[in-house]
Design a protein around this ligand. Structure first.
Ligand code: SF4
Ligand code: SF4
Length: 179
């Protein structure tokens, strides 16, 4: 399966505005999981022409990724899938008001399936609920708990006897192991 986003003309945001709650916007000092003060719920952005660059760069998985069926509409699923533009990361942002939304079916099975497909690519699948981050690998989930502002997540190979698999750890932002 193609893991990169493509332009998908058929879908529109409609009355969904969930990314304006679930994603952080540094330029506005808006944390994830809190509604942006500029969002008119169900309608859109009140400062659309002057919205921050982070908002302009946001790539919504529902709009761009044919692998996600109609049931992934964020307003319905309570999940916003985001492609990080600066890395090989796909983040499933979960509405903190429904923190187990990602475990509901068919979403959970599809997230596990995506993790299996991502194993053959440089991508990693993250689930984020507020500041809590869970990394989903094909064979397991690594719950990193709350990732503080001064922490970063490192994905690295973990070698065992005759085996190697990807793992995830939290490190301080100034840790020299962060590349
Ligand atoms: S989450 Fe996606 S579909 Fe919903 S408003 Fe944002 S860009 Fe549009
Ligand atoms: S500035 Fe506009 S687009 Fe950006 S989070 Fe706020 S309401 Fe959404």
């Amino acid at each position: 399966m193609e893991m990169t986003p493509v332009v998908r003309e058929a879908r529109r945001c409609g009355t969904c505005t969930l990314c304006c709650k679930l994603l952080s916007v540094e330029e506005l000092r808006k944390p994830n999981g809190k509604w942006c003060p500029h969002c008119v719920k169900g309608r859109g952005c009140a400062i659309y022409a002057d919205r921050p660059n982070e908002c302009r760069r946001f790539q919504c998985g529902y709009l761009l990724w044919p692998a996600l069926g109609e049931h992934w509409l964020p307003a319905r699923s309570k999940l916003v899938v985001a492609f990080k533009p600066d890395g090989m990361e796909i983040v499933v942002h979960v509405d903190p008001g429904v923190p187990n939304a990602w475990r509901a079916e068919p979403y959970y099975s599809e997230i596990r399936s995506l993790a299996g497909q991502a194993a053959r690519t440089p991508y990693t699948i993250f689930v984020q609920i507020g500041r809590r981050v869970i990394v989903v690998f094909p064979d397991r989930e690594v719950d990193l708990g709350v990732v503080a502002e001064d922490e970063r997540i490192a994905i690295r190979e973990e070698a065992g006897p005759g085996t190697s698999r990807r793992g995830a750890v939290k490190l301080r932002a100034d840790d020299p192991r962060i590349v």
